[in-house]
Design a protein around this ligand. Structure first.
Ligand code: MN
Length: 503
């Protein structure tokens, strides 16, 4: 058997599910990856001839990339390292000359692919040459061998489905290769190292966080007054929280436009909506051009595709993070239906709990998974993950029907009038939030109020806990809660439900 030897150039085959499912065969040649997209994939079966489209050379940085290429980037989809090893040129002395001549013979020393292959150009000269890929009849040939029968990564043992479902790495093909790979799940020690680095900065400086350099300013400025007898919260403490919470909060923000609630002079000053991605944002802060924007409206939104982007938003004075209910690739198709229990002036916390418990019963009754959170202000919201398909009109109508049924049980608590003055101080069950570019605060987002309260996920059982408060969780205690209970909002990430017809 041919032995893999040191010093040979390397090869990789990535299974890449993008617009179409295919395999990318890449051979290391002179410090670049010469590449072919092979729709049916390479095989050990010598009776099969596989079409292979030559695509542009890829940078060596991409060699062992396994993860997700986000929406909006070239090649958006998921990637596993399906095979890798070394290769050796045969029947020629120089690989570039063989490529030029349109005929390349190679010996592969991979984990799945072994033995002699030939790549022969058939036509389509230009930027999408068509080649044929065959496996020779040798001692490694196996008739009937199909790549999709061997789907797992040779690096991690995962399938493409598993990589997509539990994202840990991104490839941002819009950035230079050296900056393109992003780690979404930094280890605890990486996070604590960067928190230490923040503590060591003076009032400003460059903070290296999640692999990015971020210019941070006014670190000792007070952004939130203290609550009760606690000390006030400085910008440094907010940035520290943003970095610590980013790995947990990111899945709720990723791939979505972000509407920022900015209070650059602190929670006690008047805030304002900021939806535009500022031109001075670092290039690794994602951007999305809203195709529906009318003249004079915000057209380019920031997108939080990586943990450092959340820290950037906090540095930019965004004290609250409000992601869109839809993702940027299908902005008219929500991934959540939202129930917003919005208290009026006369609504007590007990009244909010009554409304939340009635909704709990309603969701149990219709068999729909829904996850509640306190807002960090006075209310409770319930997020219902849905499979994409229904429009905002559909989800709004569904939530309205559900909430009107609930509201009819306690008419003394609820008003269906929209003007604050005509509501008589009663609560509003605000189904109108189910509309494009209408947003609710993200789980784990701080709120612009004394003590830096946080919109925190809760369990349904906690509605019966007399200690529960709508603003009881803060940037100072919510991380301990996550350490103890995990992320109680994870159920919202499984966006697979079809809303049933309500009787
Ligand atoms: Mn590809």
């Amino acid at each position: 058997m041919a032995e893999q030897s040191a010093g040979l150039p390397r090869f990789v085959v990535q299974r890449h599910r993008a617009t179409g499912d295919h395999f990318d065969l890449r051979l290391e040649v002179d410090g670049a990856l010469v590449s072919w997209a092979v729709p049916k994939g390479p095989t050990l079966d010598p009776t099969k001839r596989r079409t292979a489209f030559r695509v542009g050379d890829h940078p060596m940085e991409y060699f062992h990339f396994e993860g997700v290429i986000p929406e909006g980037s070239y090649g958006a989809g998921d990637v596993v390292v399906w095979d890798t090893g070394t290769w050796e040129l045969r029947k020629a002395d120089e690989p570039r000359a063989a490529l030029e001549a349109g005929e390349l013979h190679a010996e592969l020393y991979g984990e799945k692919l072994r033995g002699r292959i030939a790549l022969v150009r058939r036509g389509g000269l230009g930027d999408r040459e068509q080649w044929l890929l065959v496996h020779k009849r040798d001692e490694h040939a196996v008739e009937g061998w199909e790549p999709l029968d061997h789907p797992r990564s040779v690096l991690t043992g995962r399938t493409n489905e598993e990589v997509l479902a539990d994202r840990d790495r991104l490839w941002r093909s819009d950035l230079p290769a050296a900056e393109a790979e992003v780690h979404l799940k930094p280890s605890e020690s990486e996070v604590s190292d960067s928190l230490d680095a923040l503590d060591e900065l003076g009032a400003q400086g460059t903070w290296h966080v999640f692999g990015r350099d971020l210019k941070v300013t006014n670190l000792d400025k007070v952004l939130f007054p203290g609550r009760d007898d606690e000390p006030p919260v400085t910008k440094r403490e907010l940035l520290r929280y943003a970095a610590a919470i980013a790995p947990t909060a990111l899945p709720f923000l990723q791939g979505r436009a972000l509407n920022m609630r900015r209070h650059p002079d602190g929670a006690e000053t008047k805030g304002f909506w900021h939806k535009q991605r500022p031109d001075h944002a670092p290039d690794w802060v994602g951007a999305w051009d809203n195709p529906d924007a009318d003249e004079g409206e915000t057209s380019t939104y920031p997108v939080m595709d990586e943990p450092a982007a959340i820290v950037w938003a906090a540095q930019f004075g965004a004290l609250e993070w409000h992601p869109w209910t839809s993702r940027t690739d299908q902005p008219h198709r929500p991934t959540y239906a939202l129930v917003d229990l919005d208290p009026g002036e006369q609504t007590s916390w007990e009244d909010v709990l009554v409304l939340a418990r009635l909704h709990r019963t309603a969701f149990e009754h219709v068999g729909v998974r829904a996850v509640p959170k306190v807002t960090g202000r006075r209310g409770i919201q319930i997020w219902v993950p849905v499979r994409r398909g229904p429009s905002f009109d559909d989800t709004r109508a569904w939530v309205e029907q559900l909430s009107r049924t609930v509201g009819a049980v306690v008419p003394e608590l609820v008003s269906w009038k929209w003007e604050v003055r005509s509501r008589g101080g009663k609560a509003r069950l605000d189904y109108t939030q189910n509309a494009i570019n209408r947003t609710l605060v993200a789980p784990y987002s701080p709120r612009a109020a004394a003590g830096a309260p946080v919109s925190a996920p809760i369990t349904w059982e906690e509605l019966d806990d007399p200690a529960l408060r709508p603003d009881g969780f803060t940037i100072r205690n919510v991380l301990d809660r996550i350490a103890e209970h995990g992320d109680l909002f994870r159920g919202a990430l499984q966006q697979d439900q079809v809303l049933p017809r309500l009787g």
